[in-house]
Design a protein around this ligand. Structure first.
Ligand code: CAA
Length: 299
């Protein structure tokens, strides 16, 4: 018997072709996962051919690494590569059943990409957003069929992190929700259904850790001290190395969203924003470099 609140699997749409909007690192990582686990064609697009080619090159490189480690046979590696098509031609999305975006974390940008794709795809295709903290309901506000949009939030590195947050907005229909849950399982991930609230569940917690780490830095605690302080409780990464992994721009954006939503509960760090402007990793396991960069960020 289906547990109370669990979506009805019977309502899930069978996904036979996946479309991905955005060919950055996150999108490329999950494009590979969709091709490898679902074994269906995956089309991936971005603003220009250069970005698309970079995404596809990353995917091919990761497939080669897996083949090198003996995790994909030669035939499988070739099959998965052949399933991924990089294109700037959106008409290739027409027969996708599941289209997920991972473009810049800006409400208007996400609304724009869905406004462009909705007239191209079938009326019953499902749309998903990998937003990490924006409102799924607002992202879908201008859609003709807002019930087909669901949040589907991956974590970095996608190949390794076992969780997906499936975000149910007030508009999300049972078909989209059910499809998301079935896909998450096929991808080999655990899924939790979260409410459409700023930061959902994970970033609401992580933004606290990252924000407080940055506040300690702003208050003058040396960066290596903050970075190493949580190591004894067994976390795999210090807070700043984790921000390196997520990206400082993304982390600063999540922070802004949380501060906007809950000004009395979250903290906007000047250092975090200054480092985000530098647009490069901070820690890279070299704590000497960390101090240099943190001084540079303060100038
Ligand atoms: N792509 C693919 N595989 C990767 C990878 C990547 N980018 N990075 C690491 N891996 C794989 C490695 O290949 C290795 O696999 P095998 O053991 O099967 O060969 C495995 O992960 C472990 O890697 P390492 O041995 O190199 O390194 P590690 O043991 O130090 O683990 C880590 C690395 C898994 C990233 C670990 O440090 C970790 O779990 N860090 C925390 C990550 C985290 O919290 N992510 C969530 C961030 S929040 C977010 O993404 C969402 C948001 O909205 C902001």
């Amino acid at each position: 018997k289906r547990p109370a609140g669990a979506p009805d699997k019977e309502l899930a749409k069978k996904v036979q072709k996946v479309g991905i909007i955005g060919a950055g690192l996150m999108a490329s990582q999950f494009a590979l996962l969709f091709a490898r686990k679902l074994r269906v064609p995956v089309v991936i697009t971005d603003l220009d051919q250069g970005r698309v080619d970079k995404g596809v090159a990353y995917i091919h490189g990761e497939i080669d690494k897996m083949h090198g480690k003996g995790r994909l046979s030669n035939d499988d590696a070739n099959q998965v590569k052949a399933l991924v098509t990089g294109t700037t031609d959106k008409s290739l999305f027409a027969d996708c059943d599941w289209v997920i975006e991972a473009v810049f974390e800006e409400l208007s940008v996400k609304q724009q990409v869905f406004a462009e794709i909705e007239p191209i795809i079938a009326e019953d295709a499902i749309l998903a957003t990998n937003t990490s903290s924006l409102s799924v309901e607002q992202i879908g506000a201008n859609l003709k069929h807002p019930e087909r949009l669901v949040g589907f939030h991956f974590f970095n590195p996608v190949a390794v992190m076992p969780l997906i947050e499936v975000v149910k907005s007030p508009a999300t229909g049972e078909g989209a929700l059910s499809t998301a849950m079935v896909i998450a399982k096929k991808l080999g991930k655990s899924a939790i259904i979260t409410a459409d609230r700023p930061g959902f569940v994970v970033n609401r917690l992580l933004a606290k850790v990252m924000g407080e780490a940055a506040r300690a830095l702003d208050e003058g605690t040396p960066l290596p001290v903050v970075e190493q302080s949580l190591a004894p409780i067994g976390l795999p990464m210090g807070p700043f190395e984790l921000i390196d992994l997520v990206g400082w721009k993304v982390a600063a954006h999540v922070q802004d969203t949380m501060v906007g939503a809950f000004p009395d509960r979250f903290y906007a760090s000047p250092n975090m924003h200054a480092i985000a402007e530098l647009d490069e990793p901070l820690v890279k396991n070299k704590l000497g470099k960390v101090e240099d960069l943190s001084k540079a960020a303060k100038k």
